[in-house]
Design a protein around this ligand. Structure first.
Ligand code: KG4
Ligand code: ZN
Length: 335
């Protein structure tokens, strides 16, 4: 069976084709226009999805050598995300599924991220239960995955998401958007212990996160410096700020692992692309005797391959949706 996956929840218009659980092709059109505003402009995101969706779907079909008549189902992100952005993908998917007379499958974007570790489809998912650390631009959450579609929230950020901490920190440091990759490269050659930033909630017995105090600490640190000093110290500041975010992620993950006794971990979302996080997790997994998987780099950030794979598992479990499928900007994994 062949599934077309569609993703338009934020600033990437993406389409993918998956046959029998294996990826055949995927295309991502990233909306670079937001960079000059230092963040996503929702109205602009909707307009660009509207412009890009047909060419992106056509390109994914062409690249995989698939015709519309070969499709068995259409899987689409219906939340969480920006309402106007989600509406473009969902409306397109409904129209296509209706015209072809094939099932429509609504996928939670975060569930898509969770499946990204098992792309391009050759590897098996972790044995249940496992813990998933989802760290993206909008969410930082810890879930216990007990089975397909069975998610239990262990902890979440009480304020900003980890990706948001990277994005806002980068803006303060005069770096580009998105901030994660920008801070990662600015941190190269810097000393991670040069500036002593706080680790909010470190040692707290509940596996929640908080990043707003860290962001404020960066703001106050930078206020004391001249532009020249910031420039000269940028690598050290970026490395120290990045290390603080990573320490928080690993400390909270460790609490979740110890609390549940579950030692299989899947890390997902845009922040899972971070090279320093990946190497720190590798050494942590050795000392904690945990098994850690993360997505191949190209599937860490938003894409439709993960939506198609999640949709495939819905389809196999007999879960499809009717054409009243709503967009749900605040959709939760356990709803
Ligand atoms: O999952 P994603 O592509 O979109 C959302 O669902 O939000 O995540 C985007 C976030 C952004 O905040 C971006 O700065 C962050 O992921 N990110 C990174 C890296 N690449 C992307 N953060 C740290 N290091 C990276 N290499
Ligand atoms: Zn995402």
């Amino acid at each position: 069976m062949t599934i077309l996956g569609i993703e338009s929840s934020c600033d990437d218009t993406a389409a993918a084709v998956l046959t029998d659980g294996r990826l055949r092709a995927h295309i991502v059109a990233t909306q670079l226009d937001h960079a000059r505003y230092g963040g996503i402009v929702p109205e602009m995101a909707s307009r660009l999805h509207e412009q890009n969706i047909v060419p992106v779907v056509r390109a994914a079909l062409e690249k995989s050598g698939t015709g519309f008549s070969d499709l068995s189902a259409v899987a689409v992100t219906h939340g969480p995300g920006l309402a106007g952005a989600l509406a473009v993908g969902v409306s397109f998917a409904k129209g296509l599924a209706q015209a072809l007379g094939i099932p429509l499958i609504g996928v939670n974007h975060m569930e898509g991220h969770l499946w990204a570790s098992f792309l391009p489809g050759e590897s098996e998912a972790l044995r249940h239960p496992f813990i998933c650390l989802l760290a993206s631009g909008g969410h930082t959450q810890l879930w216990q995955v007990n089975g397909s579609g069975d998610y239990q929230l262990l902890g979440r950020s009480l304020d900003d998401a980890a990706g948001e901490a990277f994005d806002k920190g980068a803006r303060m440091l005069g770096l580009s958007y998105p901030g994660g990759p920008a801070i990662q490269s600015a941190a190269e050659g810097g000393q991670p212990d040069a500036v002593s930033f706080p680790r909010p909630l470190a040692g707290d017995p509940q596996p929640n996160f908080s990043f707003s105090g860290l962001k404020t600490a960066l703001l106050y640190y930078l206020k004391k410096l001249t532009e020249q000093e910031i420039k000269a110290q940028r690598a050290d500041i970026a490395a120290s700020y990045q290390a603080a975010i990573i320490d928080c992620l690993i400390d909270r993950l460790q609490v979740a692992v110890r609390l549940t006794g579950v030692h299989s971990v899947c890390v997902a979302g845009g922040v899972s692309a971070n090279a320093s996080l990946r190497s720190r997790l590798k050494s942590w997994s050795r000392t904690e005797a945990a098994e850690v998987v993360y997505p191949p780099l190209e599937f860490c950030t938003d894409n439709a391959a993960m939506i198609a794979l999640a949709g495939y598992h819905h389809y196999k479990a007999g879960r499809t949706d009717d054409f009243t499928l709503p967009i749900v900007p605040g959709l939760r994994l356990d709803s």
